[in-house]
Structures are given as C-alpha cells and as structure tokens.
Design a protein around this ligand. Structure first.
Ligand code: BYC
Length: 338
C-alpha cells in the first residue's frame, strides 16, 4: 500500500522536527531541512501553506491521470489490432493506477478523497489542460503516447526529487510506466509512417493539432507562474515551466525527424548562440480559456467522469458493506479468543 510512508520508525530527523512545541522552532527546523535538501514525511511538522500547495498540486495531478484515461479510452474498442488493443488497455489501466497512488499521496496530507473528487466534479479543481482536446483518429492515440506522455516524463522526472517523500516515491514508479507509454506511442506512429500515404497524413494531422497544446502542458510562462517561486523554494518543483518546455522542444525535434513528421511551427529553428531551439510564441489566451473550463472537450470530460462516479456508487457501497462485515467477524473472533 502506498501509504506505507505514514509511519517510518527511526526516521532520523523526525524527532528533531516533531519535538519542539514552539512554531518558530518548528519552522526553523523545517527551513533547515529544506536548505539541506531533505525530505518531509507525513508525520513531520510542516507549514500549513506547504501542506495546502502539495494537496493542490498532487490532487490536480491525480485528477489529470483519471481524466487522462478518457481521450485514449475512447479508442480501446476501435484499436486497429489485438496487439494495439492489449497495449492500449494496459496503458489506460496504468493511468488509473497513477491516479490512485496520487490520491493516496494526497491522503497522507490529511486530505479527504471525497472532498478532492467533489472538487473535480464541481469544476473547482483543475486537471491538465491537454485532456480537453479531442482524439479524432487512431493517430491521436499514438501522438498522446509520444508527445503527451513525453512531456509528462519531462515534467515528472524532477518531481521524483520533490521534497515531500510520498509524492517523490509515487513519481518514481509513475515515471517508469510513462516511459513505456511514450515508447508505445512512438512505435504506433512509426508503424503508421511506414504504411500508406493516408496513414502518414493521419499522423501529420494529429501532430499538427497536438503540438502547441502539448507545449502548454508545462504551464504558463515563468513570469505568469504564480506558484513557481514558492514551490521551487520548497523543493517541490525543481525546474521552471519555461526551462522544462525548452528541454522538451530540444529533445523532441530529433524524434520528429526520425519519425518523418514536420512539427507545425515555422519559427522552430536551432539557435547556436543559445544552444537551444527557438520556437514561436504560444497562444496563452487559448490556454487560460481551456483551464478555465472552455476548451473543446471540458464539458464532455467532466460529464463522463461524474457519470462514471455515479455508476460506481454500488461498488463503493458493496466494498463498505464487505469491510463492515469483515470487521464484525474479526471482532467476534477476538471476543471468542479472549
Ligand atoms: N493544465 O503557477 P503555475 C499524464 C494552472 S497526467 C491545467 O505555473 P504550478 C497523463 C496551475 O494549476 C500528468 N492547469 O502552477 C495522464 C495554476 O492554477 P492554481 C499531469 C494548469 O502548479 C493520462 C495556474 O495554472 N501532470 O501525464 O506551479 C494519459 C498557474 O500555473 C496547467 C501533472 O499534473 C495545465 N497544463 O505549475 C496520458 C504534473 N499549467 O492551481 C498522460 C504535476 C498550469 O494556482 N504538476 N496550470 O489554481 C505540475 O508539475 C505543476 O502543477 C504544473 C503547473 C507544471 C502543471
């Protein structure tokens, strides 16, 4: 169970942090831990704002994984072969698993999963902008693997070093799985690029539609990133939005060349002075519209999630009834043994 980290006996620094009664002393110990690049565990004292920002980011991340199952899930019944269907099923299930680890990590911060899910369903909580775009063809599934999971890996590798232990540990496993996801996407696209002209055109069309939204996944430009300064000072975020976006562009240009697709940006060119690729400005009005609820698929995605949750009421009731019966049986056994 992921929440193993709730109790770590002998965790060397816990006593130092937990023992002092005075908040100033606790804050100083927390700051010292941050300066030493140490980890914070659930039982450690932490400032309320640190807890709040972690719950915000981890729960948004969990929501993204769960909502992210939908665009690709649409294609499970239409995958072009048994092999591709099996791969896609495994991938979509992995995303569901990531959501569960992340909700568990948020619960170690005393967040209630019901509250988090309610916030998603009521439209109060954000999830990644990218999942508000439609998957029109099979090539979109490959492009999500190649570009969306590729961007996710770029963003999530530094989170494996996040200062909050349970989040950092969840990210290690998630990144391993994302790496398989990225490769299966690239492999599916490569198969299409080696196929017919119509298949190649389908891949190019998907790349044209997804490229700019994928670059926006990294979040607003650093100058407009309201949370970055604090989350970087706390060692939650390690690399800024713009720096991650640049690393992603630099890594992806060569992959596009191998694949034989054109990235749809006339401004994309190597800048020898910066030793990076330059790219055109992004449409940030579109980004803010999408994250504020007005993207091409926001309403559909939320309605599908809410319906899935409502359809699952009987499963949750059955699980609770089973747990209550089991607890009753165990109590009876204990009474009988006493
Ligand atoms: N979409 O101050 P900023 C996956 C919001 S799923 C929506 O820079 P921060 C996958 C931001 O929340 C992987 N909202 O924020 C699954 C903030 O608003 P609030 C998803 C965004 O937190 C299935 C405001 O804009 N990955 O891989 O410092 C299938 C200002 O931004 C977005 C994660 O969740 C966005 N793209 O940085 C396939 C990674 N960007 O909250 C694949 C974890 C920004 O103040 N999260 N906003 O109201 C992070 O690393 C950071 O939260 C972000 C944003 C880089 C996303």
């Amino acid at each position: 169970m992921y929440t193993q980290s709730l109790d770590v006996p002998g965790h060397a620094d816990s006593a130092q942090i937990a023992a002092p009664q005075d908040d100033e002393v606790r804050q100083a110990a927390f700051d010292a831990r941050m300066s030493a690049d140490g980890k914070i565990e659930p039982q450690d004292w932490m400032p309320a704002a640190y807890r709040k920002t972690l719950v915000r980011q981890i729960s948004q991340h969990a929501h993204s994984e769960i909502v992210g199952m939908l665009p690709e899930g649409n294609w499970i019944s239409r995958a072009p072969s048994l092999k591709r269907k099996a791969i896609l099923l495994a991938k979509v299930q992995d995303e569901g698993g990531h959501g569960l680890y992340l909700y568990s990590a948020a619960e170690t911060l005393d967040a209630s999963r019901d509250d988090l899910v309610d916030a998603l369903h009521s439209g109060k909580a954000k999830y990644s902008s990218i999942f508000n775009y439609p998957t029109l063809t099979w090539a979109d599934v490959g492009v999500i693997g190649w570009l969306v999971d590729g961007a996710a890996i770029m963003n999530q590798i530094p989170l494996c070093r996040c200062s909050y232990g349970p989040y950092a540990r969840a990210m290690i496993r998630i990144c391993k799985e994302e790496s398989f996801h990225q490769r299966q996407g690239f492999d599916a696209l490569l198969a299409m690029m080696r196929g017919t002209d119509a298949q190649r055109a389908m891949v190019q069309d998907a790349v044209d539609r997804w490229w700019f939204p994928v670059l926006m996944m990294f979040g607003p430009p650093d100058a407009a990133s309201t949370n970055s300064a604090q989350t970087m000072a706390w060692g939650i975020k390690r690399i800024s939005n713009d720096d991650l976006r640049q690393k992603f562009v630099d890594a992806t240009v060569e992959q596009a060349r191998v694949l034989g697709v054109t990235l749809p940006d006339p401004g994309l060119q190597w800048n020898a002075e910066r030793a990076h690729y330059d790219y055109s400005p992004l449409d940030w009005d579109e980004f803010w519209r999408v994250i504020n609820g007005d993207g091409p698929c926001n309403r559909e995605r939320l309605a599908t999630r809410v319906k899935a949750h409502e359809d699952g009421v009987w499963v949750r009731e059955a699980a609770l009834a089973h747990a209550a019966k089991q607890a009753e049986r165990e109590a009876g056994e204990r009474r009988a043994a006493a």
